[in-house]
Structures are given as C-alpha cells and as structure tokens.
Ligand binder design. Structure first.
Ligand SMILES: Cc1ncc(COP(=O)(O)O)c(C=O)c1O
Length: 398
C-alpha cells in the first residue's frame, strides 16, 4: 500500500470560504440567517427554480420531498414510488421511511441512469411518483421521463444528489420534477460537510417542505428574523402562532457555517464544473485505448455532464473486478463499486432476491466501479491514473 492517495472527492477550502466562515463566527449568528438565505436563493436560481430550501442532508431533502407530496396528495401507506435499480441506498430508503414501497426500474447500460423504456412495465394502480436519480453527474433522460409522468399522472422527485449546475436539453436539473433534491456531503460537487438542498417552484410544496424541515412548524415563523420589521397586526399574529406545530416534522436544519461554505463554492461553480469536465475528457482520451476492455462514461446527446465521479464498467470477461480495483487501490487510486442496491442484505431480507429481474443492474453490480474526477486533481494525477491502468492491462493481456 502507499501513502499517496487519489481520492474520489476533495474539499477545497478557498480564501473566500475562510472569509465567509470567519464572518459567521464573528457575527455570532449560527442559526438560519443571511448566508443560508443567499445560498438557497442562488442555488434555486441556478437550477431554474423559484424556491431553494436547505436540509440537513441529501437524504433529508429526499425524505421531506416524498413526505410533502404524500401529505398534499393524500397518498396511502403502501403506495408505490418508482426508483432506479442502481442508486445509492438513500434514494429508496426514504420511500420506505415514508411507509411507501419502492418499485425498482432497470437502468440504461450506457448512462447507468433509469431507463425510460423500462418504466411503464413497472407502473401499477398504486404508483404515485417516479424518482429519477441523476447518477455520477449526468442528468437522466428527463424528456422521456416527464412524458411518461404526464401520461400516467405521476409526481416526479429528482434525486440530484450527485448532479448540480448542468442541464438536459437546456433545462437545469432540479427544475423538471415537483422537487429536486441535492446533497452537499463530502466528495460531492459542492461540499459543506453535511447538507442538502431542495428545489421547487410551487409555493404550497415549498411551504409544506419548509415546515417539515422545521419540526412541522407553522410556516408563519420559521426563522428568528420572521418577526423583524413587520406590522403590529402581523407581529401579534406571529406571536399567536410562533409556537404552533401543524404536522409531524423533522429537525433538518443547517447552520450559517454550512451556508458560508455553500455560498463560497456557489460563486465558483463554473470553475468547478469546467475543471471536472476537462479532467473527464483527459481521462477518457488516455483510457480510450482500452475501449475494448472497459466501458468509459457516455454522455447522452442533449445532456451536460458534471462528472461528480468517473464511472467505469469492465467489459472484458477475463478481467476480474477485484483484481483491477485492488491493483488501483494498492497504488493509491481510490475506487468504489457502482452502488450495489438490490443485493444489499437488508433489501434481500425485505424484497427477496430481485437481481434476476434487473439484468443491467446485475451486470453493473458485478463489473462496475468508479474513480474520482474532481477539481483538485492535477495533470500529474491524471497521467498517473492512466499509467496504472496501462500497467494493469499490459500485465493482463487479452
Ligand atoms: C444518489 C444519492 N442519493 C442520495 C444521497 C444521500 O445524500 P446524503 O449523504 O447527503 O444524505 C446520496 C449521497 O451520496 C446519493 O449519491
């Protein structure tokens, strides 16, 4: 093993981040305030949405989005939500946590995102929503998915925890569905430590989600600023209802410290995305000579790709995934398997052995892995990655 490490993510703390965090600490205002408000408004605007709401995590953003739709549309326990058969487990966990049932849809073998051609065969009388997941930094085929959702009257929750700042056919992720949900956890495109953001453009949905994120509080009073500069009548109304809870909510708030980190990176988003796209292009160029042995990332026409990660699926039957990923890890290149979901012990216990019904997910589960593509990687790092793949394939000829 080596001390040298090319990680799957990075946490850039810029001078601007230090300045903003210092401002927060000096202000002694940690609860929801100006930094979070600015971050939410900026994030929503970039993602073509009227409202941005910060949450404690991407998972909480999703859990609250599903919960708000369930409440406002009178979904029953046991109703179904369509989720891709390849995703991080949080996508389907939030469905279960809302007493709903995740029904899996196989994914596209090139993009690894939910395959629109496989959606309708999974729709039943109990289906209420589709949760497309924009995996690895690439939007799903939202044109087809929105067409199907309209045809069947289904709600759409975009799990965009791995994709930010990019568009499908000119329309930003997070602006297609009823809700978009993003994660700012470590190794994501924008990192605040923990954190999530919900985007939406419907006022009722936004108010319900904001309340759910804040213990189910009456939306008249969410932040300590909400009683500043209001009329006498409004102030007495707020005082009446300030401690009113109108639904069973969650405690899912960020502090101004995360707001400061988020805002500092939002202002650098173009640099972040450009660098990741350049890195992906360079890696693809360097590794394309192995195109008959590994499948490299593919971008659907009409999509922009933000390359949160660099997914690879081994196509050479003679290459064992463990041997290749172990060789890379031994040489300091971090790898992760591509989101095994249906084979998770807890899901096998809950749903039985489903993998046979999802051949593409099964193929990815056996042969897929990803490496980092983040903005802190240098040309030297990228050349080193290509060199290590070359060494491996040279010592394991076809
Ligand atoms: C596709 C997807 N959904 C949801 C989440 C959950 O986000 P968080 O870790 O912020 O709860 C992640 C996190 O990595 C993710 O990749």
């Amino acid at each position: 093993m080596t001390d040298f490490r090319i990680g799957v993510g990075s946490a850039d703390i810029s001078d601007r981040a230090l300045e903003y965090v210092t401002q927060v600490l000096k202000s002694k205002r940690l609860s929801y305030g100006p930094f979070l408000k600015k971050f939410e408004a900026g994030f929503a605007k970039i993602h073509g949405s009227s409202f941005g709401l910060t949450a404690n995590s991407g998972t909480d953003a999703l859990r609250v989005a599903v919960s708000a739709l369930k409440e406002l549309n009178n979904w029953k326990d046991g109703d179904e939500v369509l989720v891709p058969a390849v995703t991080f487990i949080a996508s389907s966990n939030v469905v279960i946590q809302n007493n709903l049932v995740p029904v899996f849809v196989d994914v596209d073998p090139k993009t690894y995102n939910m395959d629109p051609a496989k959606i309708e065969e999974r729709i039943t009388g109990k289906t209420r929503a589709i949760m497309p997941v924009h995996l690895f930094g690439q939007p799903c085929d939202m044109t087809s998915i929105m067409k199907i959702s309209k045809k069947h009257g289904l709600k759409v929750i975009e799990d965009s925890c791995e994709t930010m700042f990019v568009s499908h056919r000119g329309k930003p992720v997070g602006s297609f569905g009823d809700f978009g949900c993003f994660s700012t956890y470590v190794a994501h495109l924008l990192v605040t430590g923990v954190g999530g953001v919900i985007t939406c453009s419907d006022k009722d949905l936004a108010l319900t989600a904001r309340s759910l994120l804040n213990h189910g509080r009456d939306s008249i009073y969410i932040s300590i600023d909400d009683d500043d500069n209001v009329s006498k009548e409004q102030l007495s109304l707020i005082m009446e209802r300030r401690f009113n809870f109108v639904r069973i909510g969650y405690s899912s708030r960020l502090t101004e410290l995360e707001g400061a980190l988020g805002l500092s990176q939002l202002e650098m988003k173009d640099e972040i995305i450009k660098k990741r796209q350049k890195n992906a292009e360079y890696l693809t160029g360097g590794l394309s000579k192995f195109g008959d042995r590994i499948q490299l990332p593919y971008t659907l026409p009409g999509n922009e790709h933000s390359y949160m990660l660099f997914p690879i699926v081994i196509t050479d039957k003679n290459i064992d995934r463990h041997n290749l990923t172990f060789f890379l890890e031994k040489n300091g290149i971090e790898t992760r398997f591509m989101f095994p979901l249906l084979s998770q012990p807890v899901y096998v216990k809950l749903f039985g052995d489903l993998e046979g019904q999802y051949p593409v997910a099964k193929w990815i589960n056996s042969n897929g892995f990803y490496i980092g593509c983040h903005q802190a990687l240098t040309k030297q790092d990228l050349d080193y990655i290509v060199l290590k793949f070359t060494e491996f394939f040279n010592s394991n000829p076809k």
